[in-house]
Design a protein around this ligand. Structure first.
Ligand SMILES: [Zn+2]
Length: 65
């Protein structure tokens, strides 16, 4: 059994959650937090896409042009 301290401060048992990642600068990221990071990243991408569509003169989501 080995427990890692992830960069978000949680402890993760690598036997139960072997799906962690390690970065030399940032340290460990446990499986749960890595998943959250992906979700957050997707959310940001989604918001940016929405904004792009809103700002696009072709799609004209804002209705201003
Ligand atoms: Zn974590």
């Amino acid at each position: 059994m080995s427990v890692i301290m992830c960069k978000y401060g949680c402890l993760s048992d690598t036997d139960e959650n072997p799906d962690f990642s390690y970065d030399e600068k940032e340290g460990y990221t446990c499986a749960n937090c890595a998943e959250n990071e992906v979700d957050e990243w997707r959310m940001r991408q989604y918001e940016r896409d929405q904004q792009d569509m809103f700002d696009s003169p072709d799609l004209n989501w804002s209705g201003l042009r």
